[in-house]
Design a protein around this ligand. Structure first.
Ligand code: VGL
Ligand code: ZN
Length: 199
């Protein structure tokens, strides 16, 4: 049984002071660092990695963050500009022990579609390459933590479960956006109902 650790979007823009700051987002960093000391067979981190004027940005549409639009046939919550490729906001937090990370998966690069999941875009058309990578290393068990519980962690966990992985969510290493109060709690419930363990 081979175990992988998946660190979701621990990037400056999702941390306090960032453009899409997740409340208490910085509290996941020590948890991530401690987990990276455990004997995982593969440690993968994702980066939300948007083009300028990405379709998920409110400014791209002259709208305000929080509005919901139809983006090429699917509902899209509009966000502040965040994690633009090559900017400081898209970098991992400096306190994250990046030397322990074996591979980085970029997602959300296509300007026309968002990608909350670490595996596929929101229409499940394009793979990010993560599943192929995990298969190559024979990984069957995944521990997940990072940002944000109610978006990228949730979507990544759901895809991992549907792909047949055993999934453990490290709750102490996750924080949510909670646009609506309770979104993160609902996300934990959903992940559990679909078969993840919450630890
Ligand atoms: C995320 C909103 C927009 C996330 C990414 O990492 O959860 N949320 N882009
Ligand atoms: Zn994003």
């Amino acid at each position: 049984m081979k175990k992988g650790l998946l660190l979701i979007d621990i990037q400056n823009d999702f941390l306090p002071g960032g453009t899409l700051e997740v409340p208490e987002g910085d509290e996941v960093i020590p948890v991530a660092n401690a987990f990276m000391e455990q004997p995982f067979d593969l440690i993968v981190a994702t980066k939300d990695w948007h083009s300028e004027s990405h379709g998920s940005f409110a400014a791209t549409h002259g709208k305000l963050p929080g509005e919901v639009i139809d983006l090429y046939g699917i509902q899209q919550v509009l966000w502040p500009v965040h994690c633009v490729q090559g900017t400081f906001g898209a970098e991992f937090h400096l306190g994250l022990h990046r030397d322990k990370i074996h591979a980085v998966i970029h997602k959300g690069t296509d300007p026309h579609i968002d990608s909350y999941s670490a595996f596929f875009d929101n229409q499940r058309r394009q793979s990010t390459g993560l599943h192929e990578l995990l298969q190559r290393y024979g990984i069957s068990h995944l521990s997940l933590l990072g940002l944000a519980t109610d978006y990228c962690v949730k979507y990544s966990a759901c895809d991992a479960l549907s792909l047949g992985y055993e999934v453990a969510i490290v709750a102490s290493g996750c924080r949510g956006v909670d646009l609506r109060a309770g979104d993160s709690a609902t996300a934990f419930e959903l992940m559990k109902r679909l078969g993840a363990t919450i630890e």
